[in-house]
Design a protein around this ligand. Structure first.
Ligand code: UT7
Length: 356
């Protein structure tokens, strides 16, 4: 029924960052870590991150970001909800149906997507394809994470990196010439690296009900140095592939946003792809690595500052556990981002959104 529409257009952007902020020094003190603020800042670019705190779940952040994205698009409704997350409210059922219910979307399709830090680009690719196939008209794609629930505060390799938050975008059908139009996508995965970023326990291989689970298996673990190399290689290759598919020379890209994993990784990818420093955008310093929420949060951050003109050629690229990776080539959206405080479960009244 929507067959005349030629592509998906990003028409709303919403965010939710929990109010509690932890500096590098706070994280170091909390976990008794052998590290320093200077090491974390120079080796990762991270200065602080947000923490959800007890009682606030990924679903609470997703509801708030989703509502803010609907407000940003001046839209009351979405007809599909896709939640990219690796930190769902519980292993079963998926978190997306409850988020859709709390947003008052009615009986729309809603599902979780677990592609770790690549979840948002996977989500935009799938939702965009569903728009062009005529399967939905206004999908809401949310990336939301509460990594504080799975991070070992005493693990120096991960505790300094991750933060909590959510970002969401609303898509609709439209024309390729419109600001926000998706021009091309590229997705990939390599399960040979599935143990490099993992929570070992809690699934069917090592059930969470197993007695005396080791600390090692209960928490999120990442072999950072090995992941670093894969991240640079895969995001570079995927970026070049998506630009080739879109027919855009790298020099024509005016906005580059990569998954906010590590500033040194982002610089290495942008250098290799050929993106000038003035066209690189991100907010890793303020939010750290928020996994599936990373790209929409960085997009909202740049859009709120009007750092890029609507219609400018834009490259989003991500890499994460799985291993997974992906990129989206789109033009910069015209939407004004909105933000909301975390939603409280059981609270019926939508709160007003504020500028992001
Ligand atoms: O979101 C999914 C994708 N994630 C990523 O892409 C993250 C990829 N990895 C990284 O960002 C980086 O590898 C880390 C930030 C995790 C680590 O930084 P690095 O520059 O790769 O450090 P390294 O592992 O090569 O270690 C260099 C040194 C070592 O000391 P020696 O052996 O040279 O004496 C480490 O023990 O830095 C030490 N080190 C630290 N020192 C202080 C490692 N982590 C820390 C730390 N504080 N937190």
């Amino acid at each position: 029924m929507h067959q005349d529409l030629r592509t998906a257009v990003l028409c709303g952007i919403g965010t939710c960052l929990p109010p509690h902020v932890l500096t590098n020094t706070d994280v170091t003190r909390l976990g008794g870590l052998d590290t320093t603020d200077a090491w974390i800042r120079t080796r990762t670019g991270i200065s602080r991150r947000h923490r959800a705190g007890a009682g606030t779940s990924t679903g609470d952040l997703a509801v708030a970001a989703g509502r803010a994205a609907l407000d940003s698009a001046d839209a009351g409704r979405a007809d599909l909800l896709l939640l990219a997350t690796t930190t769902p409210d519980r292993p079963c059922p998926g978190t997306a149906p409850e988020v859709a219910h709390r947003l008052g979307l009615g009986p729309v399709p809603a599902f979780d997507l677990a592609a770790v830090c690549s979840g948002f680009v996977y989500g935009v690719a799938i939702a965009g394809a569903m728009v062009t196939a005529g399967l939905c008209a206004r999908p809401l794609v949310v990336g939301a994470e509460t990594y504080s629930a799975v991070i070992d505060p005493t693990d120096r390799d991960t505790a300094v990196l991750f933060g909590d938050g959510a970002g969401a975008v609303l898509l609709r059908g439209g024309e390729r010439a419109e600001p926000g139009a998706v021009a091309a996508v590229d997705l990939g995965a390599d399960g040979a690296g599935c143990d490099l970023i993992a929570i070992a326990a809690g699934g069917s291989r090592l059930p969470g009900t197993t007695p005396r689970l080791s600390r090692e298996s209960r928490y999120f673990r990442m072999r950072g140095r090995e992941v670093y190399g894969h991240a640079v290689r895969r995001m570079t290759e995927s970026s070049l592939a998506v630009l080739d598919r879109a027919g855009w020379p790298p020099g024509s890209v005016e906005a580059f946003i990569g998954h906010q994993a590590n500033q040194r990784i982002l610089d290495a990818v942008a250098d290799r792809v050929g993106i000038a420093p003035r066209h690189r955008h991100g907010n890793i310093g303020e939010v750290g690595n928020t996994a599936a929420a990373s790209l929409p949060l960085a997009l909202a951050h740049a859009a709120a500052r009007h750092a890029v003109r609507p219609g400018a050629r834009t490259l989003l690229t991500a890499f994460g556990g799985g291993l997974t990776w992906g990129s989206v080539a789109l033009t910069w959206p015209a939407a004004e981002p909105r933000s909301q405080a975390p939603a409280r479960r059981g609270s019926p009244a939508p709160r007003p959104s504020s500028p992001a």
